[in-house]
Design a protein around this ligand. Structure first.
Ligand SMILES: C[S@@+](CC[C@H](N)C(=O)[O-])C[C@H]1O[C@@H](n2cnc3c(N)ncnc32)[C@H](O)[C@@H]1O
Length: 262
């Protein structure tokens, strides 16, 4: 019959031995016999490591977007303080006010949307927009659970939001990497119609914030990515509020702010 007490003792002795053996392993004067014990006792460490490293694989299907997993993690608290600071920084840059409507384009599972919702209040609206249905379904579930009716999850096309003209006071485009990257990342000339579509759904005077790590760590070409984005946005009818790229205070990224001309 399995003796639980002695089994547990053996197991706990082994775990207690581990730090000792690690500490003494490389010290002079340790006999080869002791080293044999140390190899044997590394097995539980390895097993624990394998277990810990594979937990995320079983947590939830990451879906087609690798950032999906990142968002699940942040929502569960690991990354939350940073995401919160980022959202509050964007709210400050926008000068977002109670009662306004904001769209988070490429919102993934919608981390930032909840902070925007707090800011715009009951009289405002937040549209969490993403072409990835898996991410938006995840956001939908949370919205239903919390019973809020002014955070609206929207599945978009690659280019095309199912929203009427002049709906939004503010639009965030954070780390979507759509603009000026056609040579390396997307291979198709989509940025102009994409920006036109953003322009269409924005109210005159609306603010458009582009946050992109590629402003400071170019992903594709050695050309200045900030300059490309400014040029493209101007062509689409936006006026640059920030004349050059600014570093974010709370993350490794950087941003440009535009306004939709009247
Ligand atoms: C890197 S994640 C960024 C998520 C979030 N905005 C952030 O800053 O953490 C990029 C997201 O943009 C979405 N996306 C990419 N192209 C898009 C498009 N044309 N329209 C809407 N969403 C898009 C992807 O599905 C993905 O969820």
């Amino acid at each position: 019959m399995l003796n639980f007490r002695s089994g547990w003792k053996k197991l706990s002795d082994r775990f207690i031995l581990i730090p000792e053996i690690i500490l003494t392993k490389n010290l002079p004067g340790i006999s080869s016999g002791d080293r044999k014990i140390s190899v044997k006792n590394k097995i539980p460490i390895l097993l624990i490591l394998i277990l810990v490293l594979t937990i995320p694989l079983f947590a939830e299907d990451p879906g087609p977007d690798r950032h999906y997993l990142h968002h699940i993690i942040s929502e569960n608290g690991y990354n939350k303080p940073i995401r919160e600071k980022m959202a509050l920084e964007y709210i400050g840059i926008f000068g977002l006010k109670s009662g306004e409507s904001i769209g988070d384009v490429g919102c993934a599972t919608g981390d930032f949307c909840w902070y925007f919702l707090d800011k715009v209040g009951k009289s405002g609206k937040v549209y969490g927009i993403d072409k990835n249905e898996v991410s938006i379904n995840y956001l939908k579930k949370r919205v239903d659970k919390k019973k809020v009716d002014n955070l609206i999850p929207v599945v978009s096309k690659e280019i095309g939001f199912p929203l009427p003209d002049k709906t939004l006071d503010a639009v965030l485009l954070s780390e979507v990497h759509m603009l000026g990257q056609k040579d390396k990342l997307h291979q198709i000339d989509i940025e102009k119609p994409f920006l036109k579509e953003i322009y269409r759904v924005m109210k005159p005077g609306g603010r458009f914030l582009v946050v992109d790590g590629a402003f400071v760590n170019p992903l594709s070409t050695p050309v200045n990515y900030g300059d490309i984005v400014i040029k493209l946005c101007r062509q689409a009818g936006f006026k640059a509020v920030t004349k050059e790229v600014r570093r974010c205070r709370n993350c490794e990224s950087a941003y440009l702010l535009f306004v939709r001309e009247k």
